[in-house]
Design a protein around this ligand. Structure first.
Ligand code: KIV
Ligand code: ZN
Length: 437
């Protein structure tokens, strides 16, 4: 593997589906898996086959159909889980069995009600069982960040000896702080003698809003597999979000000097698909895929982006496949530049004097209404035209040549104005937009 690539292990279909209230059927999971493959995700964790017959069926169907990504299934370190995981993923072009078991005392004692030795034995035995089926085995010591480090080192050492080819370090309860997490990874690199035989991965939860930061801190110290979910969904506050991790690496090559295999132009549509099928809406201010990610509201920002998009945007909306791109949100904070730019986009050509009038009316309306949309602008322009009937500079779709730039045009425009003047006051207004040439 090239060391300058961070591999993306997407668990939207497993940890993501563990989001409270989410349940996907086989067809929905297949649809998301196809989108993930299209996005060129390296690994798709398709589900937890032993957890239900439906999940077994989904993982099997994905393994049969999706050929471009490695297909992983999750298994507890118990024989039945490992066997059933293999039965489901064995159809994949590139299968992976992902075995996990708690390593923290709090979970070992209070959840598993076992001792450390017994747990170690379970991990070793089931990783070895998985390795007999499949050459690609991942092992995760669950709750690693709240475990005694020496115990984690021992567990990882024994699991790598038993055949684990990837060791994943989960921050299961989102407890870690970036600097501390990076140091934990360094300690693993230094204290697990056979670590060079396995790839290190991280799986960070977002309970403190640090999942992406923790994942990137791990990348900085050499981790080359990151586990993510689209839109950051997952248990409780969710997992590190795919789009944040991938776009951070893409946006800051000067800092990371790394890349991913992801086709980032698929991010926006995949985010929408996942949101639609899971029923989990994306908060408007969500990084990268939130509805406001490329919308600018303040007059100062609008002035900047109309001159040069990069003044207030660090990502190109095209890079994530955003269909609309940069948007100026018009409201009471907007300035003349923002209003003028939107009027231009809508096809209205206005003089400075007309803009002055419109801007006053626009501010008044914005104070009352909040956001001003395109239909409001149409109405403002119509109102301005009605109130300044002598104006000759509005262009009209019925006479695109009518501008004030030449005597002939001026007279055509005056004729139109005269005609309108003769209209009864309530006559429908013939003005509409036309595309600016
Ligand atoms: O959060 C976690 O620890 C997990 C494991 C199964 C990897 O999801
Ligand atoms: Zn998890």
């Amino acid at each position: 593997m090239a060391d300058d690539k961070v591999l993306i292990f997407d668990t939207t279909l497993r940890d993501g589906e563990q989001s409270p209230g989410v349940a996907l059927n086989v067809e929905e999971k297949l649809e998301i898996a196809r989108a993930l493959e299209r996005m060129r995700v390296d690994f798709i964790e398709a589900g937890f086959p032993a957890s239900s017959p439906g999940d077994f069926e989904s993982v099997t169907a994905i393994a049969r159909e999706v050929r471009g990504s490695v297909i992983a299934g999750l298994a507890r370190a118990v024989q039945n889980d490992v066997d059933s995981c293999w039965e489901a993923v064995k159809h994949a072009a590139q299968p992976r069995i992902h075995v996990f078991l708690s390593s923290s005392d709090i979970q070992i004692m209070h959840q598993l009600e076992k001792g450390r030795e017994e747990v170690l034995e379970m991990a070793r035995t089931q990783v070895a069982r998985a390795a007999k089926y499949c050459s690609d085995v991942e092992f995760s010591p669950m709750d690693a960040t709240r475990s005694e480090p020496a115990y984690v080192y021992q567990m990882l050492t024994e699991c790598i000896d038993a055949g684990a080819t990837t060791v994943n370090i989960p921050d299961t309860v989102g407890y870690a702080i970036p600097e501390e997490f990076a140091q934990f990874i360094r300690n693993i690199q230094e204290n697990v003698p056979n670590i060079h035989k396995a790839r290190i991965s991280v799986h960070c939860h977002n309970d403190l809003g640090l999942a992406t930061a923790n994942s990137l801190a791990a990348v900085q110290v050499g981790v080359r597999q990151v586990e993510t979910c689209v839109n950051g969904i997952g248990e409780r506050a969710g997992n590190a979000s795919l789009e944040e991790v991938v776009m951070a690496i893409k946006t800051r090559p000067d800092f990371f000097h790394l890349g991913t295999n992801i086709d980032t132009t698929q991010i926006h549509r995949t985010s929408r698909l996942v949101s639609q099928l899971t029923g989990m809406s994306v908060q408007p201010n969500k990084a990268v895929v939130g509805a406001n990610s490329f919308r600018h509201q303040s007059g100062i920002h609008q002035h900047g982006v109309t001159k040069m998009r990069q003044t207030f945007e660090i990502m190109d909306p095209k890079d994530i496949g955003h269909p609309r791109g940069t948007v100026l949100v018009l409201n009471k904070n907007s300035g003349r530049h923002g209003l003028k730019a939107r009027l231009d986009e809508l096809g209205y050509e206005v003089t400075n004097q007309e803009l002055d009038h419109l801007f006053g009316a626009f501010k008044e309306l914005a104070d009352k209404k909040g956001e001003i949309d395109d239909r409001d602008l149409d109405a403002l322009v119509s109102g301005e035209r009605r109130s300044s009937r002598t104006s000759t500079s509005w262009t009209c779709c019925r006479s695109p040549a009518a501008t004030t730039s030449s005597p002939r045009r001026r007279s055509a425009s005056s004729a139109l104005t005269a005609r309108w003047r003769r209209r009864p006051r309530r006559a429908p207004v013939p003005w509409t937009r036309h595309t600016r040439r």
